[in-house]
Design a protein around this ligand. Structure first.
Ligand code: CP
Ligand code: NVA
Length: 303
């Protein structure tokens, strides 16, 4: 693996499979109550420019379970990129801590942080990517379907950091990835181009959600307005109205289709209560797997 975990595009398929295997091993140890402290004495600095529940809690808890210690650095603490440059923060934090996880607005800040850090940096979300989430998502699919290869996943909604991370995954791992996205909200063009050029997966961008979910094994959605886009929420709610995951839409997919959402969900907007609380939904398994997959990523980066 590379020094940092910034993007799934930097992994090989074998490395992805290794992360799945270690995640499952670590998860099973935890469920059996077995102590596993490979990171005893190590410290993780968690730098946040944006809010978080899952990312903060799963990284902090995960580091503790691995025998280490995590420091939560809130958006108002460091002022990375404003009070102090990304480069200087990276140089300083590297002198104190063994590993860094950051959640930032701009992806360039993440690259800058990693470039100047002597210790591994994990991307805990930027406006461009959310790789930890898609690793947890695909581990969840593996657990539910017994395989990831060849699975038909349809992402419905905004061409955001999650859509981009799904494309990066599809660029390395053979799946069928349909993206149902309204015109003008497409994913990052360079990421899409790269994913198609790699020929690992079949990738389709469609405008009609019903057509896109036809025969899908998994339907995936995320918020219509991401963190930082709050001012656009009203406009986006109108544009995305017909992209809601509801009972009528999931009838077009396979009868046992799995429904996923990275959370937090805006119930009644991108997904209805009926679906997210219904029998197809695996959103809380997905949230749980953030813990196990990130523990595996930390162990890999530090060994
Ligand atoms: N899915 C996810 O990253 O959740 P948080 O924003 O709460 O960390
Ligand atoms: N696309 C969302 C994901 C939240 C986990 C955001 O960036 O706000």
């Amino acid at each position: 693996m590379t020094k940092d975990f910034l993007s799934i595009a930097e992994l090989t398929r074998d490395e992805i499979d290794d992360i799945f295997a270690l995640s499952q091993e670590i998860k099973s140890k935890l469920k059996q109550g077995e102590t596993y402290h490979p990171l005893k004495g190590k410290t993780l600095a968690m730098i946040f420019q944006k809010p978080s529940a899952r990312t903060r809690i799963s990284f902090e808890t995960g580091m503790f379970q691995l025998g280490g210690h995590a420091l939560y650095l809130a958006p108002s603490d460091i002022g990375v990129g404003t009070r102090e440059s990304y480069a200087d923060v990276a140089r300083v934090v590297s002198r104190y801590n063994d590993i860094i996880m950051a959640r930032l607005f701009g992806h360039e800040g993440m690259i800058e942080l990693a470039r100047h850090s002597d210790v591994p940096v994990i991307n805990g979300l930027t406006d461009l990517l959310h790789p930890c989430q898609v690793m947890a998502d695909t581990l969840t699919i593996l657990e539910h379907l017994g395989r990831v290869e060849g699975v038909h996943i349809t992402f419905v909604g905004d061409g955001n950091n999650l859509a981009n991370s799904w494309l990066n995954f599809a660029s390395k791992y053979p799946v069928k990835l349909n993206l149902a996205i309204p015109e003008g909200f497409d994913p990052d063009s360079a990421i899409l181009k790269n994913a198609r050029a790699n020929h690992a997966s079949e990738i389709n961008i469609l405008r009609d959600p019903a057509e896109a979910v036809k025969n899908a094994d998994v339907i995936y959605t995320d918020v219509w307005a991401s963190m930082g886009q709050e001012a656009e929420a009203e406009k986006r709610n109108k544009v995305f109205q017909s992209y809601q995951i509801n009972s009528a839409l999931i009838r077009h997919a396979k009868p046992n289709v799995l429904v996923m959402h990275c959370l937090p969900a805006h119930r009644g907007y991108e997904i209805t209560d009926e679906v997210i609380d219904g029998p197809h939904s695996i959103v809380f398994d997905e949230a749980e797997n953030r813990l196990h997959v990130q523990k595996a990523i930390m162990v890999k980066l530090l060994s």
